[in-house]
Design a protein around this ligand. Structure first.
Ligand code: NAD
Length: 450
């Protein structure tokens, strides 16, 4: 069967691109080995964000604020699980019906290249002029004894547990590790995060990571930085023992459960890429800025090309790939990608960090403001937060925004617009900010620049 385009993988990269291609009148075959919506919808962004909300409600009830007293409530984790499943199912059926309405042919099963224009799913073969690979990524495990044992959970396994762990050691203080740390600590687990680097969330501006560490510690999460995990074992009482090296000294932690969240690896193995002549390594499929592989009509988008493992990046890379197929030039700026970390408090980041500017020799002016001086943050009972803005000292243009605090992801999106528009300090202060809003932390940070 011949179509215009075959897309392999129906995560946010694959299904959004399928919908766009169909809207451009193309005959699209979407091959998917897992559940529609991929990791993001089924085992990532969405189910975790449901739990982030549950955790926020629990924290609000435990806070002693808001006129609540004598609540005497208990968390029903079954309800947490069913609410999460309901949200995921609702979204998945929405994706399914959008694709069907658009006339996309959905083929269930794993796609394997037969030759550069043909992909097989079981016995069936599909042929197309262009092919987009969007197979995503899977959890990576450390090459240490015990990492592959079934008592070590990854981010998919922890979403299957039906209980709140009494104690949880999380190996890796990146985005996944910290989101689960925040959620399960709110649910009552005793949480310890063991991170290799000197900061948690090492990709964030260091002022944000340091402040986040303080905030999480205040909420009872233990964080050990600079620790290299060496082995994970189960003792005779079925407790898990995590052994790590800290400044040359061997130490260990014992917990009822362990999560490993040390990054993800691109899903390249099952595709038989050799049959198509597509170049790849364990680090992903290499692509150019059009997301085109070394084979003219084959593209790779999202986690599988490992350029930036974020759901929204996958979707925009799909637009770029399709535009390249259709000979359309676009202005999507892949150097300006907002990122978020949904801990409590939340973190958001866009543009250059102060460390990056130092490395690149860019002279900067920095503005900072604090949520505790923002009326809306105080009214909402969320005084913990920092807004840090970075301006190019020469042009006075905003080039980075790093925020920890309520709605940080949303606030950073507004800064992303400012950066895109080439806004200067002067033009931002002449923009009217509504009052009382959390967005006023941005204005205060601009005013604070000396
Ligand atoms: P990550 O790369 O964000 O973090 C992994 C962490 O593990 C790093 O901090 C690293 O230093 C640490 N680490 C590595 N080896 C270690 C060792 N031996 N001992 C202790 N720590 C060690 O990876 P992740 O958290 O697994 O997330 C995977 C991907 O998914 C990322 O690209 C992330 O951006 C994406 N993601 C994004 C979101 C979001 O946007 N909110 C949420 C979840 C995941």
């Amino acid at each position: 069967m011949k179509s215009d385009i075959i897309i392999i993988g129906a995560g946010p990269g694959g299904y959004e691109t399928a919908l766009l291609a169909a809207s451009r009148g193309k005959k699209v075959v979407l091959i998917n080995g897992g559940r529609l919506g991929g990791t993001c919808l089924n085992e990532g962004c969405i189910p975790t964000k449901c739990m982030v909300k549950d955790a926020a409600v629990v924290n609000a009830c435990n806070s002693g604020e808001f006129g609540l007293s004598d609540l005497n409530f208990r968390l029903d984790f079954n309800k947490v699980v069913t609410r999460r499943q309901h949200v995921v199912e609702q979204l998945r059926s929405g994706v399914d019906s959008m694709l069907r309405k658009a006339g996309v042919e959905i083929v269930e099963g794993k796609g394997k290249f037969v030759n550069p224009h043909t992909v097989a799913v079981g016995e069936r073969e599909f042929e197309a002029d262009n092919i987009i690979i969007a197979t995503g990524s899977s959890s990576k495990a450390l090459p240490i004894p015990g990492a592959d044992e079934n008592f070590v959970m990854d981010s998919s396994a922890i979403l299957k547990i039906e209980y709140v762990p009494a104690s949880l050691v999380i190996v890796g203080g990146g985005v996944i590790g910290l989101e689960f740390a925040s959620v399960f600590s709110s649910f009552g687990s005793e949480v310890t995060v063991v991170e290799y680097m000197k900061n948690i969330a090492p990709t964030f501006d260091s002022d944000i990571s340091k402040r986040l560490k303080q905030s999480l510690a205040k909420r009872g999460i233990k964080i050990i930085n600079g620790a290299s995990v060496k082995k994970i074992e189960q003792n005779s009482e079925y407790q898990i023992v995590v052994t790590y090296d800290l400044k040359g000294k061997e130490e260990s932690l014992t917990a009822s459960d362990v999560l490993m969240a040390v990054g993800r690896k691109p899903n390249v193995e099952d595709l038989n890429l050799e049959a198509a002549g597509v170049e790849f390594s364990a680090r992903g499929i290499s692509v150019n800025d059009d997301m085109r592989t070394n084979v003219e009509h084959i593209y790779a988008i999202g986690d599988v090309n490992a350029r930036m493992m974020l759901a929204h990046v996958a979707s925009y890379q799909g637009i770029r790939a399709l535009n390249s197929i259709d000979g359309i030039k676009d202005n999507i700026n892949f150097n300006l990608v907002p990122a978020a970390l949904f801990t409590e408090p939340e973190c958001g980041s866009v543009g250059k960090t102060e460390e990056q500017c130092k490395e690149e020799g860019i002279a900067v002016k920095v503005g900072k403001s604090f949520f505790r001086a923002n009326g809306k943050a105080l009214a909402a009972g969320e005084p913990d937060g920092l807004c840090k803005l970075i301006f190019d000292a020469e042009t006075d243009k905003i080039i980075g925004a790093h925020i920890m605090g309520a709605e940080a992801a949303l606030l950073v999106q507004q800064c992303c617009d400012f950066i895109t528009a080439g806004a200067t300090r002067e033009s931002i202060v002449q923009t009217i900010f509504g009052h009382p809003t959390l967005a006023e932390v941005i204005l205060s940070a601009v005013h604070s620049v000396k």
